[in-house]
Design a protein. Structure first.
Length: 128
């Protein structure tokens, strides 16, 4: 799965969250204008889960391997921004997190970078 984007107005984020069954994930992602995202190969398969903000989260996965590619979208309205996982980039080596959010779900052993901003739940919307 290849993703490309014009990285104008990109915010690099890292989200820490816990699933109801106790699994913990850290998702490294870029938040960018939806108009800047272009899938260069294949088609995403979507999965929807309840959202604290209301409605449902829309997350895009590779239908071949099941890897998560996108997130940060809602089923309520077209997304202004879309989250793209750093691991889905052709070269993720330049990725550097700029914030952590949903840290209220982080486990005590999760080693987050103390130098970047933290948000208990959702971060504020990106400024344009």
């Amino acid at each position: 799965m290849n993703t490309t984007s014009d990285l104008t107005d990109t915010v690099v984020v890292e989200r820490v969250f816990t699933a109801p069954v106790g699994r913990v994930w850290t998702v490294a992602a870029l938040l960018l204008p939806a108009s800047a995202f272009r899938l260069t190969k294949g088609q995403l398969r979507y999965h929807f889960t309840p959202s604290m903000a209301g409605g449902k989260h829309k997350r895009g996965f590779c239908p071949e391997c099941g890897s998560r590619v996108t997130g940060g979208e809602s089923d309520r309205e077209p997304a202004k921004y879309i989250g793209v996982t750093a691991g889905s980039l052709g070269d993720p080596s330049w990725f550097r997190p700029q914030m952590d959010f949903f840290v209220s779900d982080a486990q005590p052993w999760n080693q987050m970078d103390s130098a970047i901003p933290k948000f208990e739940h959702y971060p504020p919307p990106p400024k344009r």
